[in-house]
Design a protein around this ligand. Structure first.
Ligand code: SAH
Length: 237
């Protein structure tokens, strides 16, 4: 069944107006008719069955029925990733949503050479991926921030899995504490020696290796999230 992320609050009997684009998707692409059912969620109120109640020029109106699933939240995993070129950042955000990250923080490191991102586009990708995977929360995507600033403002309770292309411990051996965690992936140029030194000296950091091959940032992000999920995430629950 179609799953649609909507903005308004959801409760039994509530009238819910999706966006015009979503309305067109429902009636023109998926060819839903008056009275047809779909599932809606908003990241706060769980998942609800909804019916197409009205089809108007300015969009459709849905009527929420009963709640199908209560709100759930995945493990507290953040992905901090250096800004890389557009298509790769888009892949990273999509895969982060699929693999259960709660937040994607974009970062600018010393060797980052792309700085501009379209946050609205990345948010839309995160929402679509959440709709497709069946998760009930949508990962947030943060505007790029300097790596040094992120580290300066660190919440000490969160551990950092630093993916170091020059080598580190295997994830399965090094990552044993439960969440909250963050995973850090560098840019195509890698981390500078200075950054690596600072990262390794921080008390909340665990430097890990993703194997003997150097991976592209998007592959590294997917591999790291997979290994983290297998080690301490919700894949075992
Ligand atoms: N230009 C660098 C590679 C950067 S790869 C070089 O040639 O060494 C981009 C990022 O992916 C790295 O900063 C790191 O965070 C991650 N990464 C890639 N391969 C990795 C590996 N084998 N182990 C750990 N991290 C890796």
């Amino acid at each position: 069944m179609i799953r649609l992320h909507v903005i308004p609050d959801l409760s039994a009997g509530a009238a819910v107006a999706p966006t015009l684009d979503q309305s067109r998707y429902l009636t023109q692409v998926m060819r839903l008719k008056l009275g047809d059912d779909l599932l809606v969620f908003n990241g706060r109120d769980g998942e609800w069955r909804a019916t197409i109640a009205e089809i108007l020029k300015k969009g459709v109106v849905l009527r929420a029925g009963e709640q199908v699933r209560p709100q759930t939240l995945g493990p507290d995993l953040e992905l901090i990733v250096a800004v890389v070129k557009k298509s790769r950042v888009e892949t990273i955000v999509e895969k982060a949503a699929e693999l259960g990250a709660r937040r994607v923080r974009l970062t600018v490191t010393q060797r980052t050479n792309v700085e501009h991102v379209r946050l609205d586009r990345l948010d839309a990708i995160a929402i679509e991926a959440a709709e497709q995977t069946g998760r009930l929360d949508v990962p947030t995507v943060d505007d790029p921030e300097k790596l040094a600033a992120i580290l300066d403002g660190w919440d000490g309770a969160r551990r950092l899995m630093f993916c170091d292309e020059t080598g580190g411990a295997p994830v399965a051996a090094a990552v044993t504490e439960p969440d909250p965690w963050a995973i850090l992936i560098g840019p195509e140029g890698g981390f500078s020696p200075e950054e690596r030194e600072r990262l390794r000296a921080l008390p909340f950091t665990t430097a890990v290796s993703l194997g003997p091959r150097i991976l592209r940032a998007d592959t590294a992000a997917i591999a790291a999230m997979t290994l983290w999920q297998a080690a301490v995430g919700d894949w075992e629950r």
